[in-house]
Design a protein. Sequence first.
Length: 428
Amino acid sequence: MKAKRLVSLVFAFVLGLGSLPARADDDDHRQFPRNATFTTLITTPRPIEGLTGDNHRNLYTGGSGAPPCPVWQINLHNPALTPVGFIHPAAGNCGFAGIAFNETSDLFLADGAAGRIYSLSPNAANPPTVINPFASGAPGANGLAFDDKGNLWASDGTTGRGRVWKITGPGANCTSTPTVNCQEVFRIQPMANEVNLDANGVGGVGRDVRALPPGTITVTPTTRNAANTAGSQPLVANGLAFNKKGDLFNIDTARGALWKVEFDRHGNLKSPTGCDTTYTANTLCLSNIFVAHPILEGGDGIALDREGNIWVDANERNAVAVVTKDKKVIEIFRNPVNLPNPVAFGVGLRNAGDQSVGNNRILEFPTSPFLTGKVFCTSQSDGDRRDNSPRSAGEVNAGAVSDGTNRLGKISCMDQELKIPGLPLPID
C-alpha cells in the first residue's frame, strides 16, 4: 500500500513539473504582448538614434548631420517633426546618440564623436540654439541616464573601453587633469585587455566579436572561418537605465549581456570590481552580469517598465526583447524573413518588408526604446550590420545623401498595448 502511494505521489509530482512551462508561458502572455507587430510613426530626413518623451504623448529625438542640428518633438497622436531647439557646435557636425530629460524639463543629448553632451530647454514656439556643451571630454558619449540625485550618467559607447561617468554639474570635463564636475565611477570589462599591444597599438588578449555583414566568412565542408576583418563590435558600455531602487543597468552590445550595478545609500559603488588585474582597478567583475543571452546580441538602448522588467532594442538583429526582473529573456518581435524570389532584396534576409508585411511594418536597426504609459516606441538608425544589411532596402536608407528629402531614420510604435506600463516620466 505504501509503495502504491509513493508511486502516486511521484507521478503527481512529475505531472506538476510538466505543467510548469505552460504556466510560465501563461504568465508571460499576461505580462507581455504576444505576436507583436510594429508600424512606422514617422520618418526623418536626418539620421537619428536616441529617443525619449514627456507626459503629453510627445517623443523627442535629435537629427544628426551638418549644423544647425534640430531637436524634434513628435506627437504620438499627430506625428510631425516640430523643432524645439537646435545644436550648433562651434566646429564639426552633430552625431547624436543618447537623449534624456532631467526632472526640471531640460533635455540632454550625447554627441559621441565629439565627446560632448548638450543641454537645452525645449521650446516649440521659440526654439533655442545651443553652441556650448554641458559636458565635454567624454569620448564616445552614448547612453544617458539620471539618478535620483540629479546626476547625469554617461557611457563611452563605441570607444570600447567600457567607461561610465557620473557628471555632477555644467561645464563638466571628464578627461581633463583634474576632471571637472565628472568622475569615472566604473568600467564595464572590455572585450580584450591591452597587456601585449605593440608600438602601433596592435594586440590584445580576449575576444573580437564580429557582425556578419559587414564581416564575412568562408564556408567549407570542414570550417567557416573569417574571410575579412570587418564587423568588429567592441561596444560594451551602451544604453543605461536606473530602476526604482537606484540600481543602474547597462546593456553590453558585444556580449549580448545586461549588467546590474549597485550602490550604497550614499551613492557609492557597491558592486565588486578588480577581479581581473589586467584591467583597470575600477573594472566591474563579471559577477555583475545580470543576464547574458544570444537574443540580446546587439543590445543598444534599454528602458524599464513599472514592474522592473528591462526592454532592450537588439539593433543588429532587428528585434525587441524584454528581460524580466527574474532574469528570463523573451523575444517580443523580430523582423520576418524576406520571402523567396522574385523579391529583389535577398531571400532569407530580414532587412526589408515583403509581400506579406510591407516596409512600414519592419524595424530597421532599432536603437532606443521608449515606454510612455502603455505605448512602446523605438527609434531606428538603419545601421548597415547583420540583419539590417544591406540597409539600402526597406523604408529608410541612412546611407543616402542628407538632402532634406531622403528618409534616413524612422520611429515605429508597437501596435499592441503594453500589459505593464512604462515607468512614470520625470517631467510634464
